[in-house]
Design a protein around this ligand. Structure first.
Ligand SMILES: [Zn+2]
Length: 114
């Protein structure tokens, strides 16, 4: 997709909302919560489900490794049970999961604008 033949953005701006995946304009309210149209929605939700976990894992894994190394090099912290690190790791994963949503949406839009 080269983007040729598309009307200027500001001309269409007041007419509706642009689908974040295919770039077509739709009346307000016809897109889902992620600004995707009916045609793109299921496809994008599938893609997002996968990539959110990838982004979350990319954030959580280095953190988990860092915790593991830190625990090994700091024996004083041995009094902390291993599960005490579970919560921050879960929080990191959840954060990555939330960020992953924006990453997928941003990436799709970025691809669209090229
Ligand atoms: Zn679409």
């Amino acid at each position: 997709m080269t983007g040729t033949g598309r009307e200027p953005m500001d001309e269409l701006h007041f007419k509706g909302v642009m689908c974040g995946a295919c770039g077509q304009m739709f009346p307000k309210g016809q897109l889902d919560a992620d600004d995707w149209c009916e045609a793109c929605g299921p496809r994008m939700q599938r893609r997002m489900r996968l990539w959110r976990h990838v982004v979350a894992a990319c954030i959580t894994l280095p953190f988990a490794v860092w915790v593991a190394i830190w625990l090994r090099t700091s024996p004083d912290l041995g009094f902390l049970p291993a599960y005490a690190w579970g919560l921050p790791l879960v929080a990191a994963y959840y954060l990555g999961f939330r960020i992953g949503r924006e990453v997928v949406k941003g990436y799709t839009r970025w691809r669209l604008s090229r």
